[in-house]
Design a protein around this ligand. Structure first.
Ligand code: FAD
Length: 824
């Protein structure tokens, strides 16, 4: 009997595990019932009633029309009552974009072979040449201290170079005079620029992100495209995009800025147009823009466009020299010297054909913005954050080798090493995520959820990196000046956290909130059946989605339990995976099943209230995000050709993310509102306890070592960094780093001589000079050592200023330039 019971349990587990169809469950349940009747020897009348009852239930559930009539149509009625109504803007946000690997992770069964078969994203020869040419040149032209302290702007010749070389039109197709770059190419340019100058990177990033060019490309009329795109590509127009109002930041759909459709006089002729009133702030490039992309709510009280009085959010292109446009004042965003400021206008008349896409697109602005958001969000902030992390890995590793305390390079002190190793591993994971996400955009996706994950986690990890780098640099990072290469990055970092969807909101509302609806295989279908369909169509669609949904939940629960019980041993991996990383794929497969099950159970237990339970939904979003970051890291390892030297970075990054995902699940369960269900879920998801542990110290040591040594691994890890060849601060740091490493044998010789009593320690360079005199060092060795010492001195120095911080001198210089420019 025990064997039969075990067989029955195994059969049900197998049905769930392999996501069997309902008919499979019915057959197994029927056999089980027949066996029960045999074993217990029920009388024939009991047998008949039992089997008849089973047959009725089986029929009711297996025959579609019966099932709909008796079961799912009733569920649909209840579902319709409890499903909260969605506003048009919410609906448009949900409908926007596409899903990709996020849907796999949400399914509980990620198809690893599909992911690994995706070709490795590659730059075209032209993009590579642009990176090696104009981008390298632009980086060399940027003096960050001059930009952020003296000018509060890019120098005029830098602006001109940016315009002339087409940096502002990277996303504009060649037929309109743009560079026509891929998402990966565009992202690579922003990444590299960010390693040199935040202001230059932001200046280039904004016109190529969500704004006039992107909106025109998708929605512009032929005339608008023909007029504006070539001008934007050549830098004859400087665009900005103004959405944010003092009253509406994160809740941008509620902007109070408005336009009223009316007739007015434009260039001497009566013209159908709008009178627009707006008050915008924080607008990047606004103060220098010539073309204002403006979002406002459009009303048509006189019915000049049709029957609708409140048309909704509308986007228009407004030349900034239009009478009534007030623009030019600046904010000072954390000393980031990129142009940013407010603009406003009151009852400014503008022709109706200034609406992007013409009057047919009046009121469609929110849909347009939501549809275009994903591409820019996949690129701008992820790229600039990755640039920041790579630059920090390179300069912090170098500094930690050059700077000594307790006669040891500080990078070799374990406490410092811990922070340094974290920077290195994060830089690897972040680059992997940047490339995979940009590749996804190039494959034609508009990844609404993945772009939010990339934006949130790249900016947050950049914040971790810069905090670690600041700690490692000590006072050197704190005293601002041309010799401080980390302080400005630290200052300006919160800008990335705040823009393109402030991070708290992105984590708690978008990643899981949008993910649960968009990536879930059945939820959106159920919602659409309930809200957008009627009658038989709704009933059939809902029935199919709902019954599949039940199978999906059962299956994920069983799979999560089985994987937990077997320590992920049998969880799926790609067919051809390296033995070094195979177990990581298994862990993500397990997590994916656990996450999918937990997500469904959370939605079931909390319903619509889950949207307000942001602490829970934020953590669920973290699990999804960590699985994505791990997937990207593993994919990078494969795409790079399984470089074993990089393995410590992979191991640290993956283990750290798996542990974070596990902690997030643990915290969801600890705070789950239905305690009994939480206990049941804990048993299901962690039957043998929590499996993942934080990365090992030994891995951290290996990661730190990679950035403390010159060589291929360091160059790969920091491959996007502009390495200055000039005698500027980071150029000298690089030389000092190489010289320090090269001089270590000399340093050892000196120490041994001191220990043996052949040499006395003297101040400064005198020890080496004495060693040279005594023949302990050759003349060549002595010269190397003296050069290294001079470079080291240069590296550790910090800036000091006169009482007025040199403002008078800087102003004089600037005024002189202005006079010269005016004369020219
Ligand atoms: C330097 C800079 C450049 C910018 N550039 C542009 C630009 O070019 N064009 C443009 O239109 N705008 C721009 N912005 C505006 C930017 O998009 C907004 O700052 C952003 O949307 C946040 O709005 P807010 O600052 O008013 O913060 P608030 O909306 O007041 O948010 C404050 C905090 O509350 C959190 N929060 C809000 N709602 C929720 C919620 N439902 N759940 C959880 N948390 C929530 C946010 O995450 C944030 O942490 C820029 C801003 C800055 C600082």
């Amino acid at each position: 009997m025990l064997a039969w019971i075990v067989a029955a349990v195994l059969a049900f587990l197998a049905l769930g595990y392999f996501r069997a169809r309902l008919i499979g469950w019915t057959v197994v349940a029927g056999l089980f019932l027949a066996w029960l009747s045999l074993i217990f020897g029920f009388g024939s009348s009991t047998n008949i009633s039992l089997l008849s009852a089973f047959a009725v239930v089986a029929l009711a559930f297996n025959v579609g029309p019966l099932r709909r009539l008796l079961f799912t149509s009733r569920v649909l009625a209840v579902y319709r009552r409890i499903l909260p109504d969605m506003s048009q803007t919410e609906k448009e946000a949900i409908d926007a974009g596409t899903v990709w690997w996020d849907a796999d992770l949400f399914s509980g069964r990620p198809d690893w072979d599909k992911l690994l078969a995706t070709p490795a994203p590659k730059l075209s020869a032209e993009e590579q040449a642009f990176l090696d040419g104009p981008v390298e040149e632009l980086c060399a032209m940027c003096d960050d201290w001059e930009i952020t302290h003296e000018r509060y702007d890019l120098a005029p010749h830098v602006w001109q170079f940016i315009k002339d070389k087409g940096f502002l039109g990277m996303i504009i197709p060649k037929k309109f005079g743009g560079l026509g770059f891929s998402a990966l190419g565009h992202s690579a340019v922003v990444t590299k620029l960010s390693t040199r100058s935040n202001a230059a990177a932001v200046t280039v990033m904004v016109p190529n992100s969500l704004g006039p060019a992107e909106l025109l490309l998708h929605y512009g009329t032929d005339e608008q495209k023909a007029h504006y795109l070539p001008r934007l590509a050549r830098g004859q127009e400087i665009p900005c995009f103004a959405l944010t109002n003092p009253e509406a930041g994160s809740d941008a759909a509620s902007i109070p800025d408005y336009g009223v459709v009316c007739k007015g006089t434009w260039q001497g002729k009566e013209t159908l147009g709008m009178r627009v009133t707006w008050d915008k702030r924080y607008i990047t490039l606004g103060p220098v823009s010539t073309l204002l992309g403006l979002a406002f709510r459009l009303y048509d009280p006189e019915g000049l466009l049709g029957d609708k009085k409140d048309l909704g959010i509308t986007c228009a292109l407004v030349p900034t020299n239009t009478p009534g446009v007030n623009i030019g004042r600046r904010h000072l965003p954390l000393n980031g010297a990129f142009q940013n400021g407010p603009n406003w206008g009151k009852d400014v008349f503008m022709p109706i054909d200034w609406i992007i896409g013409g009057k047919e697109y009046a009121g469609k602005g929110w849909m347009m913005l939501m549809n275009c958001l994903a591409a820019g969000r996949s690129i701008s902030l992820p790229a600039s954050s990755v640039g920041g992390a790579q630059a920090l890995a390179r300069v912090t590793g170098a500094y930690a080798r050059v700077r000594q305390q307790f006669r040891t390079p500080i990078g070799r002190l374990e406490g410092v090493e811990e922070a340094l190793g974290r920077i290195a591993a994060n830089a690897y994971l972040m680059e992997a995520t940047r490339v995979m996400t940009a590749g996804c955009v190039d494959a034609g996706e508009k990844p609404s959820v993945l772009s939010a994950i990339a934006k949130y986690h790249m900016t947050e990890r950049a914040r971790l990196c810069v905090n670690d780098a600041m700690d490692i640099h000590g006072g050197k990072g704190i005293c601002l000046g041309p010799n401080n290469w980390v302080g400005r990055g630290y200052q300006v970092l919160p800008v990335g956290i705040t823009v393109e969807g402030a991070n708290i909101l992105t984590r708690t509302l978008i990643i899981f909130g949008q993910g649960a609806i968009r990536c879930h295989p059945y939820v959106l279908r159920e919602m659409r059946a309930a809200k957008e369909m009627q009658g038989r169509e709704a009933s059939i669609e809902f029935d199919d989605a709902f019954t599949s949904h039940i199978g999906h939940v059962l299956s994920n629960g069983i799979r999560a339990f089985v994987f937990g019980l077997t320590r992920s041993s049998f969880a799926p991996t790609p067919k051809d995976s390296s033995s070094d990383t195979k177990h990581y794929y298994k862990h993500v497969s397990r997590l994916s099943a656990a996450f999918a099950f937990l997500a469904d159970m959370s939605m079931m237990a909390m319903g619509g209230a889950l949207k307000r339970k942001e602490k829970i939904s934020g953590r669920l979003g973290d699990v999804l995000s960590m699985m994505y970051l791990v997937s990207a890291t593993l994919k990078r390892y494969e795409d790079d050709g399984r470089i074993r030297e990089d393995l410590p970075l992979v191991r640290w990054a993956v283990r750290d993310a798996l542990y974070d995902a596990q902690q997030a699940i643990d915290q969801v369960l600890s705070n789950f509102p239905v305690k009994a269900l939480a206990t049941l879920l804990r048993w299901t998801l962690f039957p043998l306890g929590t499996p993942f542990r934080p990365p090992l110290d030994a891995r951290n040591h290996e990661c730190a070592k990679l950035v403390l040594e010159p060589g291929a691994a360091r160059d790969r890890l920091t491959g996007s960094v502009f390495v200055s060849k000039a005698q500027d601060a980071t150029g000298i740091l690089e030389q000092a780093f190489l010289a320090t490493v090269a001089c270590e044998p000399i340093e050892r010789k000196l120490r041994e001589a001191v220990r043996a009593g052949r040499l006395e320690i003297r101040p400064g360079v005198e020890t080496a000079l004495a060693a040279s005199e005594k023949g302990i060092l050759t003349a060549e060795e002595s010269n190397h050592w003296l050069r290294k010492e001079a470079l080291r001195k240069n590296v550790i120095k910090v800036d000091d200023f006169p009482q007025d911080f040199g403002r008078a001198e800087a102003l004089e210089k600037l005024e002189g330039e202005i006079v010269k420019a005016k004369a020219a």
